[in-house]
Design a protein around this ligand. Structure first.
Ligand SMILES: NC(=O)c1ccc[n+]([C@@H]2O[C@H](COP(=O)([O-])OP(=O)(O)OC[C@H]3O[C@@H](n4cnc5c(N)ncnc54)[C@H](O)[C@@H]3O)[C@@H](O)[C@H]2O)c1
Ligand SMILES: [Zn+2]
Ligand SMILES: [Zn+2]
Length: 345
């Protein structure tokens, strides 16, 4: 089968690989019909994720058709159309029992990280019963790809951890797919103001269409002043970091209001400064989270009721044999206008 393989920092290739086989009774083999590329895949290619070793097939998002199941799988059978969660969960370990699937002792974020992922024709899914979701009849499969990772991530790590409230003020730093997913799902709670901050004017324009009340291009280095001006000098109740570099986390430290929350979503590869000398008396909370995908069943229902339309995040479509081009397009979003790219296997 064809697969996109990570070959070490800055190197990747579309290679011919053996088709995966069942390795445990709880496994399923899924034929991928659609997958996509995540900002996290770009972090892996930057060398920010040491657990991901050269030789790994990348990808942790997608939908497909079950091809085979192990003897212990009871919820799925060959031919079933499924949504793949970016998080694999056994459902039984202490972390899973606490609904912290991201830290499952035999799962978590392993797909396209410590085991082969979804940017291929087939993928092996461990703990299939609790890591796959049936696709409802008539559902739009492209829209569902947005539920593998970005919508639960924006919602759980950004909106829930950031304690977005009716009437509150929110700033989201980073208007990539994850920041925009946080923007879409923050509106479940009717905050009064959602300020979107990025360097990319295209993405900021899109953010306005997705419900941002104010956009700030931080390229001039004056984002803090702009946020303070917008919030009467107070700052925001929730500052969501959706980039994954020190500068944007430190920006969140500067714009969070007393009593507010910084919700970090970004994957960080280097240390960021924590300015306790400024923050110690400001009653703030800093939250970090690897997405647990506990909100996926809820988000599936929201999607079915047409309350949000994540398909609007899809800007480009490619075939699997064009995946290198898809990476180029996604990796140069400022020039290409890319948000989520769909890859058809
Ligand atoms: N915590 C989790 O479970 C989890 C899950 C998925 C993704 N992530 C992470 O979320 C982050 C966002 O993902 P994405 O797919 O949207 O990535 P992306 O690369 O598509 O988007 C990042 C955005 O940040 C903007 N940006 C870059 N530098 C900036 C700066 N100095 N100031 C303001 N904006 C800046 C870019 O223009 C871009 O729009 C990544 O770090 C990704 O790894 C975390
Ligand atoms: Zn991801
Ligand atoms: Zn578990």
């Amino acid at each position: 089968m064809k697969a996109l393989v990570y070959l070490g920092p800055s190197h990747k290739a579309l290679e011919e690989r053996p088709k995966p086989a069942l390795a445990a009774p709880s496994d399923a083999i899924v034929q991928i019909t659609r997958t996509t590329i995540c900002g996290t895949d770009l972090h892996i290619l930057k060398g920010d994720v040491p657990a991901c070793l050269p030789g790994r097939i990348l990808g942790h998002e997608g939908v497909g058709i079950v091809e085979a199941v192990g003897a212990a799988v009871t919820a799925f059978k060959p031919g079933d159309r499924v949504l793949i969660s970016c998080i694999s969960a056994c459902g039984k370990c202490d972390y899973c029992r606490k609904l912290m699937y991201s830290h499952c002792t035999t799962g978590g974020w392993i797909l396209g990280n410590s085991i082969d992922g979804t940017q291929a024709e087939f993928v092996r899914i461990p703990h299939a019963d609790t890591s796959l979701y049936p696709i409802p009849d008539g559902a739009d499969e492209e829209a569902l790809v947005m539920l593998s990772d970005i919508l639960p991530t924006g919602f759980e790590c950004g909106v829930l951890n950031g304690k977005v409230q009716p009437g509150s003020t929110v700033a989201i730093v980073g208007a990539g797919p994850i920041g925009l997913a946080a923007l879409l799902t923050a509106q479940f709670y009717a905050p009064a103001e959602i300020i979107m901050i990025d360097l990319d004017s295209n993405r900021l324009d899109l953010a306005k269409g997705f419900g941002a009340t104010t956009t700030i291009n931080s390229a001039d280095g004056r984002a803090v002043e702009a946020v303070m001006k917008q919030t009467d000098g107070i700052g925001v109740d929730t500052a969501i970091e959706a980039v994954g570099i020190p500068a944007t986390f430190e920006l969140c430290e500067e714009i969070v209001a007393p009593g507010g929350t910084i919700a970090n979503i970004g994957v960080h590869g280097t240390k960021a400064a924590l300015h306790l000398e400024r923050l110690w008396d400001r009653n703030i909370t800093i939250a970090t989270r690897l997405v647990d995908t506990v909100s996926t069943p809820m988000l599936l229902k929201v999607l079915r009721s047409n309350k949000i339309d994540p398909k609007r995040l899809i800007t480009h479509r490619f075939k699997l044999n064009q995946i290198l081009e898809a990476y180029e397009t996604f990796g140069h979003a400022a020039y290409t206008g890319a948000l989520k790219v769909i890859i058809e296997a």
